[in-house]
Design a protein around this ligand. Structure first.
Ligand SMILES: C[S@@+](CC[C@H](N)C(=O)[O-])C[C@H]1O[C@@H](n2cnc3c(N)ncnc32)[C@H](O)[C@@H]1O
Ligand SMILES: *[C@@H]1O[C@H](CO)[C@@H](O)[C@H](O)[C@H]1NC(C)=O
Length: 254
């Protein structure tokens, strides 16, 4: 112990100097680490408390009751779900499109998934992607509680990019008629391009983008507004934006 102290004593001025020299970057690093830990635990808390509330307060087997319980929870707690107003716009689009194959990127606790599932045509199917394994488990349980079963829906626990690269094996001969992007806005454009490259979208696919006006989604907005022959913007509500893809025109034009 003593010898350790003797050896390290000459190093002390160096350590002090370094600390002073780099104090602002050190401070910034500490802040980032703390913020990251807080954000992570907040997300976990939020997911498990949403799950517990919905699970114990809804009528099992009734999708409408599950949705109402989510809405009740969100009147007193912050949640990441799209919520009832945007949920109604989503409902209208699902009813109008009657999609046979839907992809949801960013499933979270399954709120939007349940809204979609309850309105799908009998042979319709939902693939829901969620990056966080704990969230994916909780969300899947809530979807089962709402009364939906596999293979009507399938949860893919991975990043959107990984899901898209393995999507053709899940789709078989079909293509996506509706995509809900509600994961990471920075991923919206790379994911849209990957969906095109993989020829995974049906000819008149609708892509519904949540948080389309955030800075992360800027690249996507610029890309689609610069290509009016391939994309047209449909309905919008509170940052949620409906995008019509005209694939036939797109492939002729490019
Ligand atoms: C805003 S929440 C989704 C809310 C959900 N659509 C609803 O209405 O209930 C975003 C979710 O996307 C997930 N996520 C973030 N980045 C992702 C990525 N790159 N791939 C897949 N999921 C991601 C997060 O873990 C989070 O659960
Ligand atoms: C169920 O709802 C009641 C009334 O809103 C609430 O006090 C309770 O905490 C909820 N249960 C769970 C497990 O969150």
């Amino acid at each position: 112990m003593m010898s350790l102290l003797v050896i390290s004593l000459p190093l002390l001025p160096v350590v002090v100097m370094m600390t002073i020299r780099f104090r602002s970057s050190l401070l910034a690093l500490c802040c980032r680490v703390c913020a990251g830990v807080l954000k992570l635990s907040h997300r976990k808390v939020c997911v498990s408390s949403t799950h517990a509330y919905v699970f114990s307060n809804c009528t099992h087997g009734q999708a409408q009751s599950v949705l109402l319980t989510f809405d009740l929870y969100s009147t007193t707690h912050a949640t990441l779900s799209i919520g009832p107003q945007k949920g109604e716009l989503l409902d209208e689009i699902v009813k109008r499109e009657a999609p046979l194959m839907v992809l949801e990127l960013g499933m979270h606790c399954g709120y939007a998934s349940i809204r979609i599932l309850r309105l799908l045509p009998p042979s319709g199917k939902l693939l829901a992607v969620e990056l966080d394994p704990q969230t994916a488990d909780r969300g899947e349980e809530i979807i089962l509680v709402a009364g939906f079963k596999n293979p009507q829906f399938q949860v893919l626990t991975c990043s959107s990019a990984e899901a898209i690269s393995s999507l053709s094996s899940h789709l078989g001969d079909s293509r996506l008629d509706l995509v809900l992007m509600d994961h990471d806005p920075e991923q919206y454009l790379p994911d849209l391009l990957a969906l095109h490259r993989g020829k995974l979208l049906s000819a008149f696919c609708v892509v519904l983008i949540n948080r389309a006006l955030t800075s992360g989604a800027k690249d996507l907005l610029e890309y689609v507004t610069a290509r009016p022959l391939s994309y047209s913007i449909g309905r919008q509500l509170d940052g949620m934006m409906e995008l019509h893809c005209h694939m036939a025109v797109h492939s002729e034009g490019s």
